[in-house]
Design a protein around this ligand. Structure first.
Ligand code: NAD
Ligand code: GLY
Length: 372
């Protein structure tokens, strides 16, 4: 049985939805769909991958059937290197075989890769059917499953193919993290730390005092839930204010601009997304110090917290010109100007488009020099 469920509204138009959080809640997926107004009797394509299917799919499908739904299961390969249009085609094939209709539903049961791909498949099947996100990694719980960004990678860069497609419901069961590899758990913590730096200094302070950030088994269940609630609330508020990223939402990309470069240039899968974001946060911190817009002391606090969490913080040594080329391929480039989310203080960042290539070169060459 699960404890009391925590509900966070995501106030987007025209269809707001809830993030439902609680240990054991995965067993109530069927009831939660009914509460979310999803019609009984419809076909549901549940997309997942083996690591998640083995421990959770039986109980998940059982709950759906008991609530009067008609579930179909698709188990796919879902590493970052599989986040491709070809994998989305497999989901479309399964939707065709299961005869999904406009009123049917897809559910993504898994990490951010399953969530992004299934969300995109739902956004494009029959010109858009409903999607529910049931994230099972910390990273997907606090970030990827919320806010409607869906998509796959292009050989030229991360997530270049995609669509905004908000879910009808996000159901988070923190107890599913018990089977998650510790490295993946730490990678998720990078996004949690991100929320602290971009707007929630109380969360940052809490994390600094927390024991066990680098090991789920050492982290108190209540503290874990508190961390997830803080993070989901931040994301829900930002998405409600700027659903389609006209401005504010870009701050969620703190650490991601350099993070995406690292993922792309080092090869998808070499660094986990959250690990690349961790290095990206340190890198943007270095650039901010160089430009006198952040104090060395606060940058050190950020680095110390990332290190305490067991996340990588060292630049992997990449040629400056390659970095610049890759940055130009970023989705947020405007008129050739790269969008950087610069830290001002812990709990506040600013969006900058006026960072010169020379400043970036100087920062990267210093980091490369430190690596040698
Ligand atoms: P992931 O989806 O690759 O999952 C990590 C690994 O954990 C996989 O091997 C998976 O099989 C396994 N796994 C998942 N849940 C498990 C569980 N409970 N028990 C055991 N194993 C489990 O990685 P991720 O970090 O969740 O997601 C990364 C992806 O999310 C990236 O592609 C990134 O671009 C995307 N992302 C999207 C958004 C967005 O807004 N849409 C935001 C952040 C990240
Ligand atoms: N993860 C960034 C966003 O959702 O906007």
């Amino acid at each position: 049985m699960h404890q009391t469920l925590h509900r966070i509204p995501v106030k987007v138009n025209p269809q707001p939805y809830e993030i439902v959080i609680g240990a054991g809640s995965i067993q109530s997926i069927g009831k939660e769909l009914v509460k979310a107004g999803i019609r009984k009797g419809i076909k549901i394509l549940v997309v997942t991958n083996k690591d998640v299917a083995v421990p959770y799919s039986d109980i998940f499908l059982q709950s759906l059937s008991e609530s009067g739904y008609d579930p179909h299961l698709l188990v796919i390969e879902a590493g970052e290197d599989q986040k491709t249009p070809e994998s989305v085609a497999l989901i479309h094939d399964a939707a065709y075989t299961a005869k999904l209709e406009r009123g049917s539903l897809m559910i993504a049961l898994g990490g951010g890769v399953v969530g992004d791909m299934t969300g995109f498949a739902a956004a494009t099947w029959l010109r858009g059917i409903s999607i529910v996100q049931v994230p099972t990694t910390l990273l997907a719980m606090v970030d990827a499953a919320i806010g409607g960004k869906t998509g796959v990678n292009h050989t030229g860069g991360k997530n270049l193919i995609g669509a905004f497609h908000q879910p009808r419901l996000v159901l988070i069961d923190p107890s599913t993290l018990k089977t998650l590899p510790e490295r993946e758990f730490r990678a998720g913590m990078a996004e949690v730390i991100k929320y602290g730096v971009i707007g929630d200094s109380k969360l940052f302070d809490l994390l600094e005092t927390c024991k066990g950030l680098n090991k789920l088994s050492a982290l108190n269940d209540q503290v874990l839930e508190e961390i997830i609630i803080h993070s989901c609330s931040s994301k829900a508020n930002i998405v409600a204010l700027d659903e389609h990223e006209s401005g504010l939402r870009a701050i969620l990309n703190y650490g991601h601009t350099f993070g995406h470069v690292i993922e792309t240039l080092c090869g998808y899968g070499t660094w986990l997304h959250g690990e690349a974001v961790s290095i990206g946060m340190v890198t943007i911190g270095e650039l901010a110090i160089q430009l006198d817009s952040w104090s060395k002391e606060e940058a050190n606090r950020q680095k110390a917290l990332l290190k305490k969490t067991g996340l990588p913080t060292e630049w992997p040594s990449i040629n400056g010109e390659d970095v610049l080329r890759s940055l130009q391929g970023d989705k947020k480039v405007k008129g050739g100007n790269i969008c950087f989310i610069m830290p001002k203080r812990i709990g506040e960042v600013e969006i900058k488009y006026d960072i010169t290539n020379d400043s970036i070169r100087e920062c990267i060459s210093r980091l490369n020099y430190q690596v040698q």
